[in-house]
Structure formats: C-alpha cells, structure tokens
Design a protein around this ligand. Sequence first.
Ligand code: IPM
Ligand code: MN
Length: 374
Amino acid sequence: MNKKLKIAMLPGDGIGPEVMQETYKIIKIIKKKSNLNLKIKKYDIGGIAIEKWGKALPKKTLKGCEKSHAILLGSVGGPKWEYLPSHQRPEVASLLKIRKYFNLFANLRYSILHPKLYKLSPLKKKIADKGFDILCVRELTSGIYFGQPSLEIKKKNKHYAIDTTIYHKNEIKRIAHIAFQEALKRKKKVTSIDKSNVLQTSKLWKKTVNQVSQNYPEVNLSHLYFDNAVMQIIKNPHSFDVILCPNLIGDIISDECGILTGSIGMLSSASLNEKKFGLYEPAGGTAPDIQGKNLANPIAQILSLALLFKHTFKLNTISKKIKLAIQKTLLKGYRTLDISNGKKFITTDQMGNEIIKSLLEEYNNEKNFISKNI
Ligand code: IPM
Ligand code: MN
C-alpha cells in the first residue's frame, strides 16, 4: 500500500466551507487517478468553533493537525464575532495562534497572471499583457503582529495604545534563506522591502538580508522602501520575481500583488516551518458579503491544495496538473463573479466542476502520452 498522506481540513467561516467543498471534490479525483493513500479529516476552526466548542481553536483541532502531514485551511472570522475583544476574535485566537503554534514563519504567496489573461487584471493592457509571476515571501510569526507589549491603556487623562515591532536577527536570517532558496528555483531575483530610512527593525532587516545574500552569489538582490515598492509593483509587476517582506509589509504587498491578477480570490499561500510542515490557505479572507450564495471563487483554495502537494508531499507533477487545470479553465473563458468584469459568470460549484473537467483532461493527456511513447 502507498504511504499514508494525512490532511487536516479546516473549512472555517464565511466562504471557507463553500470553496473547500470544491477542493474536496478535486482531492477525491486526484486520490483515485493518482492512486494515493490520502486520508482527510475535518476539524472546526474560527467563529464556527466558537459557536460549537466555545473556543476559536479547540484542542481537538490542534491535536488533529498535529497528527496530520499538512493543514488545509479555508478562512476565519466574520461580522458575527467582531464585537469580541481582539484577542478572542477568530483571526487572532485561531489563525495567528495556529501560525505561531506550529512555528510557520515562512509564508509563500503566489500571484501569477498569464499574459493571455491580461483582461482579468485591473492594470492597463500594455502593463498586464506582459503577465507576471510574483512570489511574496512574508515573515509570518514575528514583527508587529506578535511583539509585546501590545495594549490599549486608559489612565485618568491619558488614553493610548501600543504595538511593538521586534525582529531578532535569526528570525530575519531564516526567512531570508527561504527567499533566496526559492529564487534559485525561479528567475534568481530577490527584492527585499523595508522602511530602513526610518525604522530600526528595518535597518537590521536590510543589513541581515545583505549578509545572507553572500551565500547566494547567483541571486540578484535589490532593496526597495515600502512606499516606493507599492508604486513599482503597480508600474511594472513583470520585473519582479521573489519579494521578501517583514510580516505587516508582506500582508499589504501580497494583497496588492493578488488583486493585480484580477482578484484576491486567486491568491494562494503556503505557511511553512523549519520541517516544512505546512498550513495552506487562500489569502483572500471570508468574504461575508457573498457567503452562502455559491458565488465565491474557489481557485485560491484549489491552488492552495496544489501548493500542499508541492511543498509537503513533494508530488510536484500533481501540483502542476492542478495549476494547469485552473489555467486551462480560465483560458476556456470560465469566470466566477469576482473576475467576470460585469459579464457572464458561473457559480462556485460550476467552477469546481469545470476545473475537474480540465484536470481529467490533464490525466488523459498523460495517459495518451504514455501509450504513444511505449
Ligand atoms: C492574512 C490575513 C491575516 C493577517 C488576518 C486575518 C489576521 O489578512 O492572512 O493576510 O493579517 O495575516
Ligand atoms: Mn492579509
């Protein structure tokens, strides 16, 4: 029997369960066609877990994740839980907590625009039709998100709040290594983003990234200030390859890159620790406005599955098949609401079914290729 491959599936809130449903259909096809011993177990996380278990990240969920090889997450949060104090909200109490718990410091977010799909992008044709392929490497378990103290203070006649940005040199080093290693597999270009004209943590960031770069002479490194970077990315996304960012900057830059592909509904991500244990999730959020309407774009979730096959299971051919199937479906002209440009669109489950059709075509092509070449 093949090695058992265990995935903990955490659909979460908002559109999470809908897009996960489509991803599950894809998993079943892959399991059968590639003859894999895949085991999927579902657990609650986020608002739904607060409702059912009184906690955004129940023990049972954590234990289930620990027993698995990878976590496939939907999204967490929503208006229903916004009244809660921030540390109890699903985003903080489950998402940030699970990232920290498994030490998932390396967040890889891919934004890819095929030149033929330039119309999807909000950018002008002459910029978008060159296409782009950007990997944003975001530090995910430190910086201002986790620095202490983080407080709101009310005194007699004073009312203020504090957040703290801390970066230890070793935290910068390890994420920089990831960026350079990924760049070696791509166009060998790293752009590191900081605000080192003002911030101390950014000065240390820049210095450390320069030091780490000495180990990668083949990789071309440049630095941009954050404010300039957001402009340059809009002006010429094609010129970027790997973008390396501290936590908060990466949060913003990755959304920017995502929307340039047409929709953050297509932005997938992998969050990895030193052992390459990973959590895979779309980066677009719960989209409560379209929740339950069968309108969400399942592509980011399905692409996150492709990343899982690549990074955790090291099954790159399967990962590529999924990516090709998505690209092919888009090239055939199928669109969900978010990328429809006011024109005809299909529903979440129809998009899932179209991607399955394209995926089956990929499997058949492979079979024909093998039989032709024997
Ligand atoms: C993301 C999200 C989260 C973040 C929120 C929900 C805490 O925006 O994954 O990008 O800021 O990291
Ligand atoms: Mn974000």
